[in-house]
Design a protein around this ligand. Structure first.
Ligand code: SIN
Length: 485
């Protein structure tokens, strides 16, 4: 059993209208430790009915919340930020337990999650409107920014805390109430955050967490209920498209942070150790289960074999293991299905002529462990080039010219993150403009921060999270035209 400093952070019921609740007749569902597949908790399996109750509670609570001053809301968010940081160790332990990532990464995610709360507490105070020069002397034209309404958030298991605060903090700062449905694989992190939000002074009904296994039914309810005015989702492109279609029925505003297929381009003039370190950080963070993870490593012919050799050497040193072991570099994949998917992509690449320089198979450790893998001589016809891998597999592709690299990089329906490594300033400017992606890291692969806009183009999504733009998705612009001044 997990020992927390504060055992009351381990919550196993849904949080609705300030109370911990079950849904009569629906029972509980197990939460597994992906490292050894043991059951670590049983959580109330709430469904559509609880979602409806939560939406009702949010609607009622928001009527008062939206009238408060931004400063008042900011003070409560600031308390939440402080409580998250004070409880970092427990929150990180809960995350590693249910998600599998190494404890150091969980601690980093908790700090990352808290950073959105601090940032948007302040940004809420700056949701300025405009005074517009009018087209007649007796008119005055104004805009005011107002909260969009009740927000539904559907969040993933790969970043169980940060993807909640990246959505909840701007929504709360803007004056909205939320109903959040975290992934059924990682409900404990979400529920612990709700407990801390409650302690921070957030009024009942403003932040509701519904937990359950009926993802389709709960998703349908959240995306079709007329009182929900905005849906924000982080997850697969397939589910995002479905939710967007469902939201069309009541014309909801949507933010979608969907799948990626990030190219990581290494030119001949790149600094080799920096480029290898960049791949290691991007590719193997969270065992590769990250939307902005380097998915296709495109390396120019002049540096190809040196790069491959160095990358292979470093990858072979990575230690797989339980995330609670301080020696562990890479934890397990989230489920057996995720493991099978990664393995089938690797099998397809090997069958089509790729070479495994490191790893290339399911680990003998069992559980969700996959060997950190480097694949050489990958080509665009292989599935591993076309699909989001979501595992610790680095496919390396050789190219000759800059034009070829850009064509290969843009040859995908995804457009989330991309990376280039080069010392040439002209090339940096040319290629960053030519890449059809929402984000470009130049000689840097750790691009996520609360102060910058995170989001994609093409089928990778709609909207931006974090930064000064992140609150806009939770605000409506109201235009006021005053005659007779
Ligand atoms: C994601 O994978 O969806 C989020 C990654 C990040 O925020 O860095």
């Amino acid at each position: 059993m997990l020992q927390l400093n504060d055992p009351s952070l381990l919550r196993t019921k849904a949080f609705v209208a300030g109370r911990w609740v079950d849904e009569p007749g629906r029972g509980e569902f197990p939460v597994f430790n992906p490292a050894d597949e043991t059951v670590i908790a049983s959580v109330s399996d709430t469904g559509r009915q609880t979602v409806r109750v939560a939406i009702e509670a949010a609607t009622v609570a928001m009527a008062e919340w939206k009238l408060r001053t931004a400063k008042d809301r900011a003070n409560i968010l600031r308390n939440w930020f402080d409580l998250i940081l004070t409880n970092t160790e427990d929150l990180a332990l809960l995350m590693t337990w249910e998600q599998g990532k190494p404890l150091a990464e969980s601690r980093a995610e908790i700090r990352y999650a808290a950073s959105f709360v601090e940032w948007f507490a302040e940004e809420g105070k700056r949701a300025y409107g405009d005074v517009i020069p009018a087209h007649a002397t007796d008119l005055r034209l104004l805009t005011v920014k107002q909260p969009v309404g009740v927000v539904a958030a559907i969040t993933p298991w790969n970043f169980p805390s940060a993807m909640i605060t990246r959505k909840a903090a701007p929504a709360l700062a803007a004056g909205c109430a939320l109903v959040i449905k975290p992934a059924a694989e990682t409900p404990l992190s979400a529920l612990a955050l709700a407990e801390l939000a409650h302690r921070a002074g957030l009024p009942d009904g403003i932040l509701n967490i519904v937990v359950g296994t009926d993802a389709i039914g709960m998703g349908e309810e959240l995306s079709s209920h007329p009182q929900v005015r905005k849906l924000t989702f982080t997850g697969s492109t397939r589910v995002g498209k479905l939710l967007m279609a469902q939201c069309a029925g009541t014309v909801k505003k949507t933010s979608m942070e969907l799948g990626g297929n990030a190219p990581f381009i290494v030119f001949d003039d790149a600094d080799l150790p920096t480029a290898v370190a960049g791949v290691m950080a991007s590719k193997f963070r969270n065992a590769g289960q990250t939307c902005i993870s380097a998915n296709r490593i495109l390396v120019q012919e002049g540096i190809y074999s040196d790069f491959l050799q160095e990358l292979t050497r470093v990858v072979k040193k990575l230690k797989l293991g339980d995330g609670r072991d301080p020696e562990t570099d890479i934890g397990p994949l989230i489920t057996g299905a995720a493991l099978d998917n990664v393995d089938s992509l690797v099998r397809n690449a090997l069958d089509c002529g790729a070479r495994a320089m490191a790893g290339g198979q399911v680990s003998i450790l069992g559980g969700g462990f996959y060997e950190p893998t480097v694949l050489a001589d990958v080509t665009p016809d292989m599935k591993v080039f076309r699909e989001e891998i979501f595992g610790p597999v680095a496919p390396v592709v050789q190219f000759s010219s800059e034009a070829e690299a850009i064509a290969l990089a843009n040859d995908t329906s995804a457009g989330l993150a991309s990376y280039i490594y080069t010392q040439n300033i002209s090339r940096i400017l040319r290629t960053t403009e030519a890449l059809d992606f929402g984000m470009v890291g130049v000689n840097e692969s750790m691009i996520s921060t609360e102060v910058a806009p995170f989001g994609g183009v093409k089928e990778s999504g709609v909207g931006r999270e974090g930064s000064r733009y992140g609150i806009d998705d939770y605000l409506e612009i109201k235009y006021v035209c005053i005659r007779g001044i």
